[in-house]
Write a protein that binds this ligand. Sequence first.
Ligand code: GLA
Length: 714
Amino acid sequence: MPIQYFAEQQLFLITTHNTAYAFCHNKEQDLVHVYWGEKLPYPEDYHIFPLRVLSSFNSSSHELLAEYPDRSGIQNNEPCLRATFAEGTRDVRLRYATHQIEGEELTLHLKEQFYGLEVVLRYRVFADCDMLARRVELTNSGESPITLEQVLSGALPLPFDRDNFRLTHLSGAWAVETQLDRPLITPGRKVLEGRLNYSGHAANPFFALDALDAEGQGATETRGEVWFGVVQWSGNWKIVIEQSRSPYKVTRVAAGLNDYDFGWQLEPQTRFESPWLALGYSNAGFGQMSRNLHRYEINHVLPKAFAADLRPVLYNSWEAVLFNVTETAQMELAEKAAQIGSEVFVIDDGWFGQRHNDRAGLGDWYVNSQKFPNGLKPLIDKVNALGMIFGIWVEPEMVNPDSDLYRAHPDWAYHFPNREPITGRNQLILNLCREDVQEWLFEWLDKLLSENNVGYVKWDYNRGMSEPGWPEAPQAQQREIWVRHIQAFYKLVDRLRGNHPGVLFEACSGGGGRADLGALSHFDHVWTSDNTDPLDRLPIQLGYSLVHSPKTMYCWVTDTDWNSQYKYDLRYRFHSSFMGSLGIGSNLNDFSPEELAEATKYVAEYKTIRPLIQHGLFYRLTPLSETTSLAAEYLAEDKRAGVVLAFNHRPHFWQIPRRLRLQGLAPDAIYSLRGDIVEGEPTSLSGQALMQRGITPKFTRHFGSALIQLSKNE
Ligand code: GLA
């Protein structure tokens, strides 16, 4: 039974295979957090600690450990819910009323002490991946509007018997996404957030906390306790990690929608939902954390249509030709793309309106007749005849001021009166809160997909918000845009998917700006980064792997060397892109026949290992902090086959390649190895030996890569 209620102790206990999460309601009907961690043997083990209140300046115990802190009492903690009621009362007092348990879902009903605010805390359990998800739902059952000022999905006090928490999070910038950061938590507050109307390159809505022991050692890839969570939202989000010094050193996390510039007028009889906050605990380090998150993403988050399918090898012409897409050139590329084994051919930016560069055309979604005199049909037919799915790039939420759309509807972009709109990449953001804009968007996108045999959509979003104004709306609603935009964005994609169930959807935002579980509950995968340098990509891809599965991450082989002083061979480029779903973005017209043949060989090789890469269990074999030598293992769930990808960079002559100790194998089974292993090492070893003694990959160049396959002898 994943959810139990013990009436005598008034205790709720949620359990998965390895973890437990417990809270209770006290006699005042406050919800008090009790436990989150490794599963304990008996229900009695989940007892609440009697905390002492030492002075009138400190929070009372239930506030310190509140399961869903409201804004009331004497407390310094981040509240989950802030609101203003009709008489100007800015104090929310929630009390537990009742609950239901239905299978894997727990619904708790809370009531405001005086005002007509009904609060539901909903918990879902995902026992197969040791995860749970929670959110809050607010209903105004009174007669006057309530102004919501902060709505977080949940808060979590961490065990206060552990000290010295370390935060692991992902920060970045355009072309440098998902970089690892690991500060220690000290008393005070650390805020991770996105507040530009997209989840962002700057930070990923994810946190992980582990505790350092007396020797200063924290969890590793394979050992130690890690508490982690993800806000499933593509808009403004916030994760607050705070620690109080006294009287108990409680470390807490509170996460959900960002309150920055946020306000929501909750009218009588209306409802507001927060995003889901996914939560997990691993007692086997960061590797297990990632595998739990990957399984959660694939089994429970991704749209069902393609969740279980392998992602196709795609070709995208963006880096090859930029905006110079023409019928003839695209056909020529399509032939070569098909020749090397691509399964999807995506035409990127530049096919529509007067889109010859990024200064004009966004919003004018008609086919450019200079570039495609006969429309898209001849190209699509050709792509289909070559056996590939046709894909197309769109950026629906944006408009260039230099477009027919903007000239006709300047009020369709977010704006403030008396303010000159500031452009980003020469574009403005369309106001998706407006129903006319939503309808117009649905109509042209639906028409594009209905009239053309499109099987793949790349959906881009290329700037952050400025002037978040919606002057036509009543003033009390104008700060709702942050949430309304994302709700409309999700609804639009869902409506299109409903009408076109066979179409794959990719989320992109100048690379990885929308790599979040909110987007991935409506899209099938994301574009990871505009940086396609195969060396730069490795830490980006490994950072991404902390939270997301390899299959949701497209990785292209291109010709662009962002660090132009280095020359990588084709093999290294492919191996770097083998780490996720494979794409090719090179200008294949510049490839010699030998290079085309070599690329064909790699694409075919990828297809043979694709089930392992995309559906296998993922193990990082090198520490996250490592930069010169990186390796990852992808292992079939039944442990019968696996593949290792390893990379080595500019070693000195006295450095021999790091031995790789594999993980997750069947200890007594004998595995045969083939691929890039140094001469003299055995090619057949037990699983235990491979995990204890390891293997040495063979690298031939300064920017070397190795691919080793293993299969269990039956
Ligand atoms: C963004 C995307 C790129 C490409 C361009 C087109 O930057 O990340 O892949 O689609 O837009 O303008």
